[in-house]
Design a protein around this ligand. Structure first.
Ligand code: NAD
Length: 331
């Protein structure tokens, strides 16, 4: 099936081509993001394959539909960038990658926590310049501390289990209780209580209208003073300006984010020779107790292999009229 692959980076080309070896779909790799202006590049493609920062809103879907697209496949678990209701109105099916190594993201969240708490990135930058001073690098033991997990699905549960292994008390907040989370000692509490008791809060819920800015000025004020916030889920979960203010007063003791509300125009590209006009992210990266990574938590060999294979399998199933195992249900 002729498929336009938007936001295609070198690794997308290599790994999607490898996954497609037997299926033999005609893949058209496009480096640009999908927007209303670039949608024309998918003319004649029955399938369009997107990533997290492509803009798959109603206007784009109308255009794709008129050009003959019948399937949108996102190379991600989250699908908040796709207007699923508009896709349905246009007769376009939407598939995602429901399952791929949740360990990739959970392990990265642990890495961010260690890095920001123990100032590992800062220390590394210092030693490169011959500075072996320890001043300013003190962290705290995680053992015995309380870690709050918001969203105890696949990733949140693995993250919680790893933190339990560190000897942490693990609290959870979710709309649905998960027995696997409780099996290692994770305990559900109301969201306000989680904020008030946690030394570390890690976000693992999807971005929905309900979870937009689930971390905001109010929740930050309720938090334990000096606590650390980790976000590997979606940027829109955190009111970044409020987090920035809380960092300035010391209410928030550290912040590590792999995702950012306004990441669409920044992430997945090399902007090192340009002037970055986003003052919020520029201010954040200037704080010594902030770590920002560019949406790389999923980026392991195991995860990418699974993402690409599931994407190809979904396109094949659609082509053959088979059941779409990873279809996003209409709202
Ligand atoms: P999942 O569906 O297994 O778990 C999500 C959990 O969030 C569910 O238990 C759900 O009930 C819960 N939830 C929904 N609304 C909630 C609310 N209002 N409050 C608390 N919990 C709520 O998903 P997953 O595979 O664990 O992935 C979680 C998120 O991680 C994805 O939605 C995606 O945004 C993000 N993600 C990020 C990366 C990355 O590279 N940074 C990669 C993959 C996934």
């Amino acid at each position: 099936m002729k498929t336009a692959v938007f936001s295609a980076r070198r690794y997308d080309k290599t790994m999607l081509t490898a996954a497609n070896a037997t299926a033999g779909h005609e893949l058209l790799f496009i480096e640009d993001r999908l927007t209303v202006d670039t949608a024309v590049l998918a003319a004649g493609c029955e399938a369009v394959c997107v990533f997290v920062n492509d803009n798959v809103d109603a206007e784009v879907l109308d255009r794709l539909s008129r050009q003959g697209t019948r399937l949108v496949a996102t190379r991600s678990t989250g699908y908040n960038q796709i207007d699923v209701a508009a896709a349905r109105r246009n007769g376009i099916a939407v598939v995602r990658v429901t399952d791929y190594s949740p360990h990739s993201v959970a392990e990265f969240a642990v890495g961010l926590l260690l890095a920001v708490n123990r100032k590992i990135a800062r220390a590394s930058m210092r030693t490169r310049e011959g500075n072996f001073d320890l001043d300013g690098l003190m962290g705290f033991d995680l053992h015995g501390k309380t870690v709050g997990v918001i969203g105890t699905g696949k990733i949140g549960t693995i993250f919680g289990r790893i933190m339990a292994g560190f000897g942490c008390v693990v609290l959870g907040s979710d709309r649905q209780e998960n027995a696997v989370f409780q099996a290692f000692g994770g305990r559900y509490v109301p969201l306000d209580a989680l904020h008030a008791s946690s030394d570390v809060v890690s976000l693992h819920c999807p971005l929905t209208p309900e979870t937009h800015h689930i971390v905001n000025a109010r929740s930050l004020a309720q938090s334990k003073r000096g606590s650390i916030l980790i976000n590997t889920s979606r940027g829109g979960l955190v009111d970044t300006e409020a987090a920035s203010e809380a960092l300035k007063t010391g209410q928030l003791g550290g912040l590590a984010i792999d995702v950012y509300e306004q990441e669409a125009n920044l992430f997945f590209q090399d902007l090192s020779s340009t002037i970055i006009c986003d003052d919020v992210i520029q201010r954040l990266v200037s704080f010594p107790n902030v770590i920002v990574t560019g949406h790389q938590a999923f980026f392991t060999v195991e995860a990418i292999r699974q993402i690409m294979q599931t994407t190809i399998d979904s396109i094949s199933a659609f082509e053959h009229g088979d059941a779409l195992l990873n279809q996003v249900p209409s709202p």
